[in-house]
Structure formats: structure tokens, C-alpha cells
Design a binder for this molecule. Structure first.
Ligand code: MLT
Length: 263
């Protein structure tokens, strides 16, 4: 499905009925990465998953795609779809977007799930690295990003498996402009640490024990700073924990939804 929001066409999945679970993918992925969650939850919930601007089948516009812009797109989409307050589930860059959404649209949140993500901003070196990568993509295409990211997405034991091939498939047909704009947007994202103490909805923090891209210590810090947050570390999973250990991820999410009275 697609909707016109903020001057672009945004593509999204919308299945099931009930409380809305909104799944926001990371960089440089697409909404299909959540297929195993969509299948598991659509019988009990309304399950929404957008392709963020410039990813998957969604359009983009010139200029940095800031986390605030991604969050504003999401908010506009949810308004159009008349969802009411949602449980927002953000993975990695999708978690940066979820934190921006929590900053700007707190009344649209029923619950928050932060997956393999962090609140801090880029160091100056990391931001410079992203800008340099954006230049490389401009000069010679997205392959530099695919090669850099593919090997870091999964736990060491999963690297040569069919799962690794599927992950590469999720990065196929990337839009150079979408990748560049997101890199520039992430480089300029503000620190969200001060916001964490103000998050007033039930929050679940999930990470893979073997995540090397955003180490589990970042999730520990998030869970400590957000009042009442639950932290779950899933073994034998890397950065793409929801895809790599989907059964366990779904079980943890379902239990948390039920315990919080959200189920
Ligand atoms: C992601 O998985 O979304 C990215 O690794 C996040 C980042 O580069 O900071």
C-alpha cells in the first residue's frame, strides 16, 4: 500500500486489526525485514511497517533525511490511517526514529520497543565517516555500504548461512539517494539521552548478545535510563536479532505485550 505524506509516496504494510504495532526498519534495509513479525502478530494486532523515505519502495526528496523527518513521515501516515496511539518498535536507525517520535509525538505512543539501538549521537569521527561514505555512494554507488554492513548484521555463526544471503537480498536495489540522505541524517542526529528519563510508556529494550554493530552495553544503558524498562538479551543473535532469532524475539515481544496489558 502507499500513502502521500509530506510530499512523497510512502509504501507500507498494514495487516490485521486491533492495537497497532508499528515496525520501523534500520539502515540500509526495508520493511520486508519484519516479515516474520508481521506473520506472527497480524492475527491479534494491526501490524504496520513502512519503508522509510528513500528505502524499499518509498520515495525521497533531496537533502538529509533527519530522524525528525522520518518520525514526521510516520506520524503523518498514522494520522491518515487513524491508528490512535501505537506500540512503536524501532530497530537500530529505526530506534533513532522511534526516539525522535517519542520526543515529538509522545501522545501517539502506547508502548516503545527499542531493538539493537542507542540514544547517543555520533562522535565527530563517526559523523565524518558517514559523510565520507555518502560521498563514496555518490561517486560509485551503494555497493560500498552493502559490503560494509552485510558482514556486521549477523552473529558470527550465521555469517555463511542462508540467513546471510537473505540479508543481502534485503539490501538489493537500494536507492543511492535514500542511502546518502539517511547517512547525512544520522550524522546530524541529536543526542537523545536526556529524553530517556521522560519516556512514560511501557518500554522493552531487546538486543542480540552478539551484536557487534551496536553492542549490548548500549541496550543496558537505555534500559537503565528509561523508567521501568525491561531489558532482554537474546543469545546467538547479532545486530538483526528480530530476523536471526525471530521465534525467540516474537515470544519475548508477545510476553511483554501481554504482561503490560497491551495484548
Ligand atoms: C542500522 O542498523 O540501522 C545502522 O547500523 C545504525 C547506524 O549506522 O548507526
Amino acid at each position: 500500500m502507499q500513502a502521500a505524506v509530506n510530499g512523497i509516496n510512502l509504501c507500507y504494510t498494514d495487516e490485521g486489526q486491533g492495537l497497532s504495532l508499528v515496525f520501523v526498519h534500520g539502515f540500509p534495509l526495508r520493511r520486508a525485514i519484519w516479515q516474520r513479525q508481521i506473520e506472527a502478530f497480524r492475527s491479534s494486532y494491526r501490524v504496520l511497517a513502512p519503508d522509510l523515505r528513500g528505502f524499499g519502495d518509498s520515495e525521497t526528496q533531496p537533502g538529509p533525511a533527519t530522524m525528525g523527518q522520518f518520525a514526521a513521515d510516520l506520524h503523518a501516515l498514522l494520522q491518515q490511517l487513524a491508528t490512535g496511539p501505537v506500540v512503536l518498535i524501532g530497530h537500530s536507525m529505526g530506534g533513532y526514529v522511534a526516539l525522535a517520535f517519542a520526543r515529538y509525538f509522545p501522545r501517539m505512543l502506547r508502548g516503545l520497543v527499542l531493538v539493537s539501538t542507542k540514544a547517543g549521537q555520533d562522535t565527530p569521527e563517526a559523523a565524518a565517516g558517514r559523510r565520507a561514505t555518502a560521498e563514496k555512494v555518490k561517486a560509485s554507488g551503494v555497493q560500498v555500504v552493502v559490503e560494509a554492513m552485510a558482514s556486521k548484521m549477523l552473529a558470527p555463526g550465521t555469517q555463511d548461512s542462508p540467513t546471510a544471503a537473505q540479508v543481502r537480498e534485503f539490501m538489493a536495489r537500494l536507492q543511492p539517494a535514500g542511502v546518502i540522505n539517511a547517512l547525512l541524517g544520522m550524522a546530524e542526529r541529536p543526542d537523545a539521552t536526556a529524553l530517556l528519563a521522560q519516556i512514560a510508556v511501557p518500554t522493552l529494550v531487546i538486543t542480540g548478545a552478539d551484536d557487534t554493530l551496536i553492542p549490548p552495553t548500549e541496550s543496558e544503558a537505555l534500559a537503565q535510563a528509561i523508567p521501568g524498562a525491561q531489558l532482554t538479551v537474546i543469545p546467538r543473535a547479532g545486530h538483526l536479532v528480530a530476523f536471526e532469532q525471530s521465534d525467540e524475539f516474537n515470544r519475548v515481544l508477545e510476553e511483554w505485550l501481554n504482561r503490560g496489558g497491551l495484548g
